[in-house]
Each structure stands twice: as structure tokens, then as C-alpha cells.
Design a protein around this ligand. Sequence first.
Ligand code: DGL
Length: 266
Amino acid sequence: MQNRTDPATPATILIFDSGVGGLTVFREVVRARPDARYVYVADDAGFPYGNQPEAALIARIVAVVGEAIAAHKPDLVVIACNTASVLALAQLRAAYQVPFVGTVPAIKPACAQSMSKRVAVLGTQATVSREYTRKLIDEFAGDCNVVLVGSPRLAGFAELELSGTPVPDADIKSEIAPCFGEGPPEHYTDTIVLACTHYPLLIDRFRAVQAWPVDWLDPAPAIARRVADLMRERPPGTVAERPRIFFTSGKAPNPALAGALAPYGF
Ligand code: DGL
């Protein structure tokens, strides 16, 4: 890995998202490499990414991630955000030398496991409308019918919940409703891809209002395996440090959010 030669020095892993959604990836990556130093950067000043025009968002992501790389000198960067990954992963790789691991909709495993051959991809409007996502469907959907569902509100709901503002069941139900198909049982959706890293934070809420039981597919364990694989030659570090979190707004988390961050070690 980049520019560190002392095998006892812990690797630094930078986790990036527009907000708190990347915590769902962070917790799995920490489980895979608990010995690394972690820096989490939340671009809350730019949140939400999902409803923004493409060109400005790419420029913003490349700039904010670039500043974080300059400040924290990571050995590896995890873009723990589907919207940023499908939009800007190529530009990030072109701009910076450090290895990147992205988060993209888990269409391949979802279609492979679906028995009903009907899968829904629940993401931000930006993620589901990108060419990158359509290519994943062309390449991996096979005989599966894939329904793309762009939610304008769910990432914001996850932010609200973590900051101590409860969101009514009815609001959550109406956002996930388009994922559930109609028709005879064999055409019912049986697998829903969580294509936004904020959504696993709401998984219990989804299960409470789902039209029928489905498998909600969270890509975080696969991302953690990818990180572990890229770092397999890096011996375990000797220093366990608390992870650090930075918000681009510069605002301190409110007490509810601080309480929600505590179990992650921040
Ligand atoms: N967590 C982000 C994702 O995975 C997006 C949330 C947003 O900023 O809209 O897509």
C-alpha cells in the first residue's frame, strides 16, 4: 500500500459519504480490519447528493475527497456512498493515486439469489438514473426483472432519525412502496437492493412496514471483504486508535447524533 514501509504502522483508512450513511459501511470495514486508523469524512455541507445536478456534484466530490486525502494521507479510501461512487469513482481514480473502494448497487448478487426473478433497486434518484447502474443491469440482471426505485426522501429520513427526529411509519412506507410489485405471487419482488448507504440505518423501519417479507440486500459486508483483500499483505498494525469523524459543515453533532455515533467509537 501507499508510502508506508514500517509494517507495524497501522494503515489509515478514509471513509467518505455525504452524511451518516457511510457508517453502515464503516462498521463492517472496522470488523474486517480493526487494527487500522479510521477517519470518517461526512460532507454534510453538501448533503443530500441524491437530488443534485451531475457536473457540480462530480466537481464537489473530487474536491472534498481531495482535501480529505491531503489532510489525512490515507492508505485506502472507501467511498461509502452509492451516489458518489456511480457518479465520480472514475474521476477520483484519475485524480488521486491512493486506492479506492466504491459502493455500487448490488445488482449481481440480488439477481443471482432472487427466486421470483423480480428485484428492486432502492437508491437515491441520482443513483438509479445513472448510466453506471443501467450497465450493471445489462451486465448482471440476466433473466431478472429489475425495478429501479429512486427515493427523494429516505436518506434525509435516516439523517433525521439519527439526529433524534423520528419519522412516521407512513412516510417510510410510501417511499418503499414502489419496490413491491403487483400480480401473481411468482412475480412478486423477493429481493430489494439497498443502493444507498443510508438505508441500512432504517432497516428495522423497512421491515416493520414492508408489504411482505423480502430480502433486503446490504452491500457493506462485500465492501469490507474487498477492503480486507486489498490490505491482505499489510500486517496488522500495533496501535488501536479511536476513529475520528469530520463534518464538512464544521458543525458539532447535536446530543442525539453524538449519542448515535458513540457505539461506533467516535
Ligand atoms: N449515502 C448516499 C448513497 O449511498 C447518498 C445520500 C445522499 O446524499 O443523497 O447514495
